[in-house]
Design a protein around this ligand. Structure first.
Ligand code: PMP
Length: 397
């Protein structure tokens, strides 16, 4: 497929300065994808935690097919009553605590972060925004402003002013959150850093500090949510609730959708005397995405009890590899850590040759993500992990 590869390079704006994988995809089903040459790959990356219910889950496909016969886009978000939006929002709120009971539907994670930050601004009119080193929250200007990597941000300066970056899991650093801080944006488990789990102590201290100072706590569960970590949302592991929850990726079962969720009281700040001028989105809560999302949610809820044991199964396989430095993460949100970036790149190249899809992490170049669909059976996990182990051994590291 050399021809398509050069067209891809020529016409599709590139997002990496190095050679992308350029898998020329023919189809996806369950935990597998096939390229146009007929080669089959087992997918242990799930489109970066999007395909939590696997590729083309039958419930998702059926929901889309039914909805597409009724209507597609009819009106900008928030003007017409659309049953798919209502059903989804109600189903989500039924799973969430009392302070998270109103849903703003969007198209992506970055947009959810933008909406959440704007809502926090309307709440306390403060300017300072705190986030943590090695966090990723999206690539729009507001989301990029709270990225946990200053050199990358500087390429786009000036971003939002008054951003303060703190060290993750450092309880003492939380004293820098004060009554001047508008909001804190935090991942519950940092993916880009290499599936770094927040400690219980840190999460609790963060919540307390935000409450004390009138600062809104925004959790970015765009990757860690929707069953990845063994509960619907990773924050449930900590017994600590955010004021605003941001979601996307796995939310759509393979369709584009995002949301931020808050209390009725907070959300009411967005409807004001200027219609559509609080936060607006033409395609937010697209009916096809909403029905897909509801089907995915129901599927994920039924899979939750299996996630932890499937994750443990992967960990048991990884114990056979002396080449590994460590394994981090929760549930099926895992990272395998090697000793250096060269070793990691060699393993990844072997994995691709052998038909196993994994991916590097944004801020940690010595780790590979292991995030298969939650629908992967034990046999499929074993199949994938045998290929992974073989690839590590062949890499000669
Ligand atoms: N937050 C996190 C934790 C993410 O992983 C991502 C996407 N990688 C985003 C935000 C941004 O989401 P999107 O690409 O849908 O805008």
């Amino acid at each position: 497929m050399q021809n398509n590869r050069s067209l891809f390079k020529k016409y599709i704006a590139q997002s990496s300065d190095f050679e992308p994988f350029s898998l020329d995809i023919e189809k996806g089903e369950g935990v597998f994808v096939w390229d146009k040459a007929g080669k089959k790959y087992i997918d242990f990356i799930s489109g970066i935690c999007v395909n939590n219910v696997g590729h083309r889950h039958p419930a998702v496909i059926a929901a889309i097919e039914e909805q597409m016969r009724k209507y597609l886009h009819v009106m900008v978000y928030g003007e017409f009553i659309q049953q798919p939006q209502l059903d989804l929002a109600q189903a989500l709120c039924a799973q969430l605590p009392e302070r998270l009971q109103e849903v703003f539907l969007l198209n992506s994670g970055s947009e959810a972060i933008e909406g959440a930050i704007k809502l926090a601004r309307l709440y306390n009119h403060r300017s300072q925004i705190v986030s943590f080193a090695n966090s990723y929250h999206g690539s729009t200007m507001g989301a990029m402003s709270v990225l946990g990597n200053t050199p990358i941000q500087q390429r786009f300066d000036p971003l939002l002013p008054n951003h303060l970056l703190l060290e993750y899991n450092n309880v003492a650093a939380l004293e820098h959150i004060t009554d001047k801080t508008c909001c804190v944006v935090a991942e519950v488990i940092q993916s880009g850093g290499g599936m770094v789990e927040a400690t219980q102590e840190f999460m609790q201290a963060l919540r307390e500090r935000c409450t004390q100072t009138g600062t809104l706590l925004i959790f970015d569960e765009i990757q860690s949510g929707f069953g990845r970590c063994g509960k619907l949302f990773a924050f449930e592991h900590y017994g600590v609730e955010p004021d605003i929850l941001c979601l996307a990726k796995g939310m759509g079962g393979g369709m584009p959708i995002g949301a931020f969720i808050a209390s009725h009281e907070l959300m009411s700040l967005l409807d004001n005397e200027h219609p559509l001028m609080g936060h607006a989105s033409t395609f937010g809560g697209h009916p096809l995405s909403c029905v897909a999302s509801l089907a995915a949610l129901n599927t994920i809820l039924s899979l939750l009890p299996q996630v932890e044991s499937k994750g443990q199964r992967i960990r048991r396989h990884l114990q056979e590899l002396p080449q590994l430095r460590s394994v981090s993460g929760k549930g099926l949100f895992l990272a395998a850590h090697f000793n250096d970036p060269t070793a990691t790149a060699k393993v990844q190249a072997r994995c691709m040759e052998n038909g196993f899809i994994t991916f590097w992490l944004l801020f940690n170049h010595t780790a590979l993500a292991l995030t298969p669909p939650l629908t992967a059976t034990e046999e499929e996990i074993d199949l994938g992990m045998e290929i992974f182990k073989k690839s590590v051994r062949q890499a000669g590291i």
